[in-house]
Write a protein that binds this ligand. Sequence first.
Ligand code: G
Ligand code: G
Ligand code: MN
Ligand code: NA
Length: 250
Amino acid sequence: RQIAGELRSAIDRNEFYVLYQPQRSLKTQMLIGYEVLLRWQHPVRGLVSPAEFIPIAEETGEIFRIGEWVLREACAEAAKWDNELVIAVNISAVQLSQPNLPEILAQVLLETGLPARRLEIEITETAIIGDKARALHVLRRIKAMGIAIAIDDFGTGYSSLDTLNSFAFDKIKIDKSFLLLSHDRPQARAIIRAVLALGRSLDVPVLAEGVESNAHVDLLEAEGCEQVQGYLFGRPGAAPSLATLAIASS
Ligand code: G
Ligand code: G
Ligand code: MN
Ligand code: NA
């Protein structure tokens, strides 16, 4: 396919950029960090969603170069901030199957000077089920480096509880679909409540994604959710300026 070839030259043509979406404490509204979201500005097709091109990049193997580019970009940016904010980077299933992912992460941290404690990687459940033993081995090595590991889109994979049972994640991100459906479906709210209870019993912080309205905030406050991310608290945007960060951290 043509798009596969175009993906191969996209880095060199400077067609990729990343956006940053804030993650906040619900109680204090304080910034915790930012999730990094990749964008591809194609000269003809326009803005192409990662949901569209990441699967192709995974098929062609281009994801390795792209993933490393995102990591470097994000870590270099966060290293400029004079604070303890965390930068959360999505790591795809294929990247996780790469045995030298820990070395790549170490290299990027070394090059950019970002302390490991300020990097978090987001992994979906589906990334772990393929070659599970190998994925868990890679995750253990990454965690031992001091990098935090979040489980992303939680609740939408095939074996959520098994995944939690297999690895000591540092954060659970409840998939946005639950909150977005909570208005119409009492089941969705029950599931959010159950995931929050699970997080409390496992002593793992839970972040709710897709917070778009004050009704969502009311629900999350009532259920005792600690961390939030969504359009209400900030859309994905350009890297925060140092002035913005100074205000946000004071
Ligand atoms: O930001 P947006 O809603 O367009 O993201 C769509 C999907 O692409 C989400 O599942 C998100 O996790 C994923 N995504 C965004 N940026 C990256 C990235 O840098 N790497 C990987 N592997 N996935 C990403
Ligand atoms: O799969 P992952 O959770 O990494 O993807 C995050 C995706 O969710 C990104 O595409 C981002 O643009 C999108 N997103 C972030 N906040 C909101 C929100 O409040 N509502 C909706 N509908 N999407 C959101
Ligand atoms: Mn994510
Ligand atoms: Na998610």
